[in-house]
Design a binder for this molecule. Structure first.
Ligand code: ADP
Ligand code: MG
Length: 387
């Protein structure tokens, strides 16, 4: 899983060397969950784990796509890309070519070979890593210049989101693609989903003797499609009943009195999560700026409780990962990503990282869950050309 392995897969599949290799990272969100579609704030970092795309342009409109993480070569014409087609993983590749063409850029066919180390379906955004690696390649190969500046990179974010929403038909917000295209080494990316403003927030935990542990629970995402749509619909209904365009416009002061007008307790809990979660993003940014890591840990725990109790998107594996981490000495921990499985993060003293990993694994074993996969991460860089 390197630029060389993607290039080697390209050569064995297509019989020649690729024009180049591009990569993009997975991401983990530090705080700010289900806030993106509520015009709120979130704070992802790019992972050291990356997806590599070895790519050559073609002179016709054919797309040929292969991945080390999947079987077979997918072949189709760019003219046949449409919502739901191609199905499966190739949608994330074909969708980006389609979206850039829809946006008015002159693009064409491609040969693409993918290899990556971002865990698939773990809530660490392998889908956006794949889209953005391919998007970076298309930008360079067709001279679109989209990697040049944060502003042009935002246009590529928009195309990759359109690929995921329209062709892969996954109704996600823009956090994943923004992290993959805009994050920088040693920083978390503060993303304001109302006006797309971004800010780089320094996050160098190692200088404080701390580390960030990602725990991929490997729990199945059952029923996740309907649940995501329900949460989105509930947030929209709560905003309507509150007379605001989005829940971003609701202040935390006097929140309970305002939420009292909502038509159900369910809507109150959904809205309470979103409003308080947006405030927690600001709390984490403040804690990072002032170096108050005890406070940072507390905010992560508050965020987890809100997702578990008010937004109801946690599962026993995620709660176990959080509880066992804290028992073993983490300053704080929370589930991360959309929920119903996926991963948790824990802020740990670096010297206790192995202890925390061991205790989480033991707790999973004791409860009869499958073994989790946990690893330390530090904030890494966005999509780039590799070779
Ligand atoms: P996440 O983005 O959290 O990993 P998603 O369900 O959004 O989860 O995306 C996972 C899907 O993305 C996979 O099921 C697969 O279709 C596609 N995918 C991501 N990376 C690769 C890869 N390297 N090779 C093939 N497919 C990939
Ligand atoms: Mg995804």
């Amino acid at each position: 899983m390197s630029p060389a392995s993607a290039a080697a897969l390209f050569e064995t599949t297509f019989g020649c060397a690729p024009e180049g290799v591009w990569s993009a990272p997975g991401r983990v969100n530090i705080v700010g969950e289900h806030t993106d579609y509520n015009a709120g704030l979130c704070l992802p970092i790019a992972l050291p784990h990356r997806t590599y795309a070895a790519v050559s342009p073609r002179h016709d409109r054919l797309l040929r796509i292969v991945s080390a993480q999947s079987e077979g070569v997918v072949e189709l014409s760019l003219d046949d890309v449409r919502p739901g087609h191609p199905g499966g993983w190739a949608a994330y590749v074909a969708g980006v070519v389609w979206a850039l063409e829809q946006a008015g850029y002159a693009v064409g066919g491609l040969d693409v070979a993918v290899d990556g180390s971002v865990p698939l379906g773990a809530g660490l955004s392998s889908s956006a890593a794949l889209e953005c690696a391919v998007g970076a390649a298309i930008s360079d190969l067709f001279g679109l210049g989209l990697l040049q500046s944060p502003t042009s990179r935002r246009d590529l974010v928009t195309a990759c989101v359109a690929a995921e929403n329209t062709i892969a038909q996954a109704p996600t917000g823009g956090m994943d693609q923004s992290a993959a295209l805009l994050a920088t080494v040693g920083h978390a990316l503060l993303l304001d989903c109302r006006d797309h403003h971004t800010e780089q927030i320094p996050m160098t935990l190692d200088k404080q003797g701390l580390a960030l542990l990602v725990i991929d629970t490997r729990a199945e995402h059952a029923l996740v499609d309907g649940q995501y749509a329900e949460r989105r619909a509930s947030c929209e209904q709560a905003a309507r009943e509150l007379g605001v365009a989005t829940l971003r416009e609701v202040a935390t002061s006097g929140l309970e009195e305002r939420l009292a007008v909502l038509s159900s307790d369910l809507l109150r809990r959904r809205a309470r999560h979103v409003v308080t979660e947006i405030a927690r993003v600001q709390g984490v940014v403040g804690a990072l700026r002032s170096g108050d890591f005890a406070r940072l840990g507390e905010v992560l725990l508050d965020s987890h409780a809100s997702m578990r109790d008010d937004f109801e998107i946690s599962v026993p594996e995620l709660d176990t990962a959080v509880d066992a981490s804290v028992d073993a000495g983490a300053l704080g921990a929370r589930m991360t990503g959309g929920g119903f499985g996926g991963s948790a993060i824990a802020l740990v003293p670096a010297a206790r990282a192995d202890e925390v990993r061991g205790r989480v694994a033991q707790a999973f074993h004791d409860k009869g869950f499958g073994a989790p996969h946990s690893f330390l991460v530090s904030p890494s860089g966005a999509a780039r050309r590799e070779t």
